[in-house]
Design a protein around this ligand. Structure first.
Ligand code: CAA
Length: 315
């Protein structure tokens, strides 16, 4: 399907389960799209077809000491002729334990900085590759987030994506598209919380009338709906530009920046409308508020989106 269809699906799934939608977003936007765009025919045959049919992929960029500062990769891929020797640790990897195909970003020639980085396809079960601890997270708790350890893992040269030194550009380009998926996820979390708030406001009575009849609640709902529509238009704009093969980098970063911000605001207001019920786990809005936070952090923090947007504006 095209990107517009994809964000529609992402929004709907995220309304009820942001853990399922991040699994979907990483697998589609970062792993499958990356392989489809930049993989060799042999890589597509061996890895993309099974991924599209039944597999799950993981995108491995972040490290204990390299999150936003992604060029400072400590994981090394030493060139050994017909293979790379992979050593290092990756952190906070979505689908870390459920994936069977991992795209791992690693430094081959540190002197060349980002131009010495490669993207390698690593299979689960390759000797020396160990899945580490599962993170105990605030939200999206149904999505498995793990550290990964690589110790003298022999990765065939045939598993390098693109030319030697293409790995950082590969990571940045796939992340540009990935941000549209996360923006759609944030939008869905906000829309899900809004729908629950409207339902609750029509059911619950206080001071002899429904909450929805109080202007204080009506104005909250008006603000929430306006923010959601604005975010939706930014998400659709970015998706549409990508589908038209036009430059979508700024639009994707703006969509993610804005949608993740309003997801905080809307879920917080939805909890507020629910009062005490909103604060207990029995009510779904409590979960949505916790799930919203990560959308301001992964696939580029709020601050990174502002860097990307301002660089595009001033270029
Ligand atoms: N698109 C394409 N290329 C880009 C790019 C972009 N948005 N941003 C930078 N690049 C290119 C630059 O053009 C440059 O290449 P050339 O020299 O060939 O022109 C190269 O990347 C290095 O760029 P800079 O010199 O500007 O590098 P920098 O260190 O100053 O900044 C950065 C780079 C934009 C801050 C980058 O490190 C970045 O985006 N960091 C955030 C990383 C991130 O999003 N991590 C998310 C982890 S993945 C995840 O969360 C998945 C999950 O599981 C949910």
């Amino acid at each position: 399907m095209d990107t517009v269809s994809y964000v529609l699906a992402m929004e709907e799934i995220s309304k009820v389960d942001a853990s399922a939608s991040v699994c979907m977003s990483v697998n589609n936007s970062l792993v499958c799209w990356g392989l489809e765009q930049f993989g060799s025919e042999a890589q597509k045959e061996k890895y993309l077809k099974p991924l599209a049919a039944h597999g799950i992929g993981a995108f491995c960029l972040s490290e204990p000491e390299a999150g936003s500062d992604a060029t400072s990769q400590r994981t090394t891929a030493e060139d050994k002729g017909d293979y790379y020797l992979l050593n290092g640790t990756k952190n906070w990897i979505t689908n870390g334990n459920s994936a069977n195909t991992y795209l791992v970003i690693a430094q081959t020639d540190a002197a060349k900085r980002h131009k010495g980085i490669n993207a390698l396809i690593v299979e689960r079960g390759m000797p020396g590759f160990v899945v580490g601890k599962k993170e105990d997270k605030m939200g999206i708790r149904g999505s498995d987030t793990h550290s990964l350890m690589f110790s003298d893992v022999k990765v065939p040269k045939a598993n390098r994506i693109g030319d030697e030194g293409f790995g950082f550009t590969f990571a940045m380009t796939t992340l540009n598209g990935g941000r549209i998926g996360i923006a759609a996820q944030a939008l869905g979390i906000a829309a899900g919380a809004y729908e629950l708030a409207v339902k609750y406001a029509k059911e619950r009575k206080a001071f002899n009338k429904h909450l929805a009849e109080h202007q204080a609640i009506q104005f909250k709902l008006a603000d929430m709906a306006t923010k959601i529509d604005a975010a939706r238009l930014l998400v659709w704009q970015a998706a549409s530009l990508k589908d038209q093969k036009k430059d979508f980098v700024k639009a994707a970063a703006m969509a993610k920046l804005f949608a993740s911000q309003i997801a905080q605001e809307v879920t917080t207001e939805a909890v507020q409308i629910h009062g005490g019920y909103g604060y207990v786990k029995e009510f779904h809005v409590e979960r949505l508020m916790r799930d919203a936070k990560i959308t301001q952090i992964y696939e580029g923090t709020t601050e990174i989106q502002k860097m990307v947007i301002s660089r595009e504006l001033l270029r």
